[in-house]
Design a protein around this ligand. Structure first.
Ligand code: NAI
Length: 488
C-alpha cells in the first residue's frame, strides 16, 4: 500500500539510538542550529519541496530537520550504497515527535548496503511527490528543489528528459559512471509508465544545490553543453565548504575509516596518496600526523609543487608501487589505480578511495581478472587473492571508504557544509529571480556568515577593523573582506 511505501529504512527500532546521536550532533552543529533560530519563526522554506540525495548520516539528519524547521517538505535518499547510518535513517523517518508505531518524520529511502538497483530505486522515490500532492490537494508531480551530492539525482532528471524528448536511450557522456545501464533500465520503466514524467519534474524544479567536487564537475559540463535544465548552486566551492569539509573533514574521517576497517598501525608505513587537491591535502596531513611516510602523486604542477614544499615526496605510482603499504585515492578521476598497479602491490597492501565514485580504482577490471578470488573479511573489507598468489585488501569495494568503513566527516565540519546548503536552498527558493539557468556560487557575504556562525563554539576572538584600517585596505568593516578571486 502507499503507506507501506512511504519510506524504506533498514530497521525502525534503531530510531531511539539515532535520536540520541542526532541530539548530540545538534550541539556540534552551531551553524545549522543558528539558522533554525534565525529563520524558524518566518518559515521562509514554506512551500519548498526538497528532494535530497546525500549520505544519510547523523549529520544529514540534522540538515534534514533544519530544512523542515524552516518550513520545507523533504524526501530523502542516500547518494552512496554504503554510506547510510541505519539509526539516523530510522530516526529521521520516525521524526522528533513520532514513534516507531506511528512514524511522523520524513520519507527516507536509504539503508547501508543497497544494491545498485535498490540505490537507483531509492533515488527515483525522492521524485514521486504524489502522496504529498494528494494530501495538500495540489497537482504537482515532483519536488521544486534538489539537494544533491555527486549529482546523481540531477543526472536522473536530465537523462529522463533526454529519453522522453528523443524517444531513444540517451548517449553516454564522459563523466557518466558505469552504473549507467542500471539508470537506463529504471528510465525505461518510468518513461513507459508515464511518458512525460521527467519533463514535468524538470519544469517544476527551481534548481539544485550541489555538495561535492564531482557533482559540480558534472553540472558545469551540462551547462557548457547547453543542456542544464535548471539553475544550480555550487555549494562545494564556498570556501567554508571545500577548504573545510574536503580538507579538515577527510583529515578526520580517512583515519577513522582505515582504523575501523583494518586497525593496521599507520606509523612508519609508506602511504601513497593519489591527488593533492583539497581532499588529498587533508589525507596527506592526517597520515603524516600518524607518523606515516607519505608519497603523493599529482598531474597538476601547482599541486605537485605544493606537495613537495609541504615536505612530501612526489612520485609517479609506477616508481614506488612496491614500497607502499597503503594507497588512498583522492582525485575524482577514473582509473588512477589500474589492475596492473594492483598486481604490482605488496602482499596485503590496503587500497582505498575517498574520491566520489568507485571507478577511481579499476574495480570492474579487477572483478573480471581471470584467477582472482574475493574473500570477505567483514562487510566493506575484502581480501582479493590475485593470480600470482599475493593478496590486497580493498575497502568499501572501492567506494568512499570514510563513509563506507566509518561514519563520514564529524558534525562540526559538516555544520559548515550544510549551513551553505541551507543558505543555497534559501537563495534558490526565496530569490529565484536572481538565478537564471546556470551554475553559481554563493555570494561571499554568505560564505563569511557561515564561518562567523562557527567561531563562538571554538572560543575564537575575532579582531574588528577600525574605520581607518577599513578604508586603508578598502573593505567594509562588516565584510566581505576579500576579493572574489582570493584563494585562501
Ligand atoms: P580537487 O580538484 O581539489 O583535487 C583533486 C586533485 O586530483 C587535483 O589536484 C587533480 O590535479 C588531481 N588529479 C586528477 N587526476 C589525477 C591523477 N590521475 N593522478 C594524480 N592526481 C590527479 O578535488 P577535491 O575537492 O579534493 O575532491 C576530490 C574528490 O573527493 C572528488 O571526487 C570529490 O567529490 C570527493 N570528495 C570526497 C569527500 C569524502 O568525504 N570522501 C569529501 C569531499 C570531496
Amino acid at each position: 500500500s502507499e503507506t507501506a511505501l512511504a519510506f524504506r529504512v533498514a530497521d525502525l527500532t534503531l530510531a531511539e539510538a539515532g535520536r540520541h546521536q542526532i541530539r548530540l550532533a545538534e550541539n556540534e552543529m552551531p551553524g545549522l542550529m543558528s539558522l533554525r533560530e534565525e529563520f524558524g519563526p518566518t518559515q521562509p522554506l514554506k512551500g519548498a519541496r526538497i528532494a535530497g540525495s546525500l549520505h544519510m548520516t547523523v549529520q544529514t539528519a540534522v540538515l534534514i530537520e533544519t530544512l523542515v524547521a524552516l518550513g520545507a517538505k523533504v524526501r530523502w535518499a542516500s547518494c552512496n550504497i554504503f554510506s547510510t547510518q541505519d539509526e539516523a535513517a530510522a530516526a529521521v523517518a520516525v521524526g522528533p515527535t513520532g514513534s516507531v508505531q506511528s512514524p511522523a518524520g520524513v520519507p527516507v529511502f536509504a539503508w547501508k548496503g543497497e544494491t545498485l538497483e535498490e540505490y537507483w530505486w531509492c533515488t527515483e522515490r525522492i521524485f514521486d511527490w504524489s502522496t504529498e500532492a494528494r494530501a495538500a490537494g495540489e497537482s504537482w508531480t515532483g519536488p521544486n528543489l534538489i539537494l544533491d551530492d555527486g549529482s546523481d539525482a540531477t543526472l536522473l532528471v536530465h537523462k529522463g528528459v533526454e529519453f522522453e524528448r528523443s524517444g531513444a536511450v540517451p548517449a553516454t557522456q564522459p563523466s557518466d559512471s558505469h552504473e549507467y545501464s542500471v539508470i537506463l533500465d529504471l528510465l525505461r520503466t518510468t518513461v513507459s509508465a508515464t511518458p512525460t514524467r521527467w519533463g514535468v519534474v524538470a519544469k517544476e524544479l527551481l534548481g539544485v544545490t550541489e555538495e561535492t567536487t564531482t557533482g559540480v564537475h558534472r553540472l558545469y559540463e551540462l551547462a557548457a553543453a547547453g543542456n542544464l535544465l535548471f539553475p544550480a548552486i555550487n555549494v562545494n566551492d564556498s570556501v567554508t565548504k571545500s577548504k573545510f569539509d574536503n580538507k579538515y573533514g577527510i583529515r578526520h574521517s580517512l583515519l577513522d575509516g582505515l582504523n575501523r576497517a583494518t586497525d593496521t598501525l599507520i606509523g612508519g608505513k609508506v602511504v601513497f596518496v593519489v591527488g593533492y587537491g583539497d581532499v588529498g591535502k587533508g589525507a596527506a596531513e592526517a597520515l603524516r600526523g600518524q607518523g606515516a611516510r607519505v608519497i603523493v602523486s599529482e598531474i597538476d604542477p601547482i599541486c605537485a609543487l605544493q606537495a613537495a614544499m609541504d615536505g612530501f615526496q612526489v612520485a609517479r605510482i609506477e616508481s614506488v608501487i612496491g614500497q607502499a603499504d597503503i594507497f588512498v585515492t583522492t582525485t575524482g578521476n577514473k582509473d588512477v589505480i589500474t589492475v596492473e598497479h594492483l598486481l604490482a602491490m605488496k602482499h596485503q597492501a590496503i587500497v582505498s578511495n575517498v574520491g566520489h565514485f568507485d571507478n577511481e580504482i579499476d574495480m570492474a577490471g579487477l572483478e573480471s581478472l581471470a584467477g582472482v578470488t574475493k574473500v570477505e573479511i567483514k562487510p566493506q573489507v575484502h581480501e582479493w587473492i590475485l593470480p600470482h598468489g599475493r593478496s590486497i585488501l580493498i575497502l568499501s569495494e572501492g567506494r568512499l571508504m570514510n563513509l563506507g568503513n566509518a561514519t563520514g566527516h564529524p558534525s562540526f565540519v559538516m555544520s559548515n557544509s550544510f549551513a551553505n546548503q541551507v543558505l543555497a536552498q534559501l537563495e534558490l527558493y526565496v530569490r529565484a529571480e536572481n538565478y537564471p539557468v546556470g551554475v553559481y556560487v554563493l555570494p561571499k557575504h554568505l560564505d563569511e556568515k557561515v564561518a562567523r556562525l562557527h567561531l563562538n563554539a571554538l572560543g575564537v576572538e575575532l579582531t574588528q577593523l577600525t574605520p581607518e584600517q577599513a578604508s586603508y585596505i578598502g573593505v567594509p568593516i562588516a565584510g566581505p573582506y576579500k576579493v572574489n578571486h582570493y584563494r585562501y
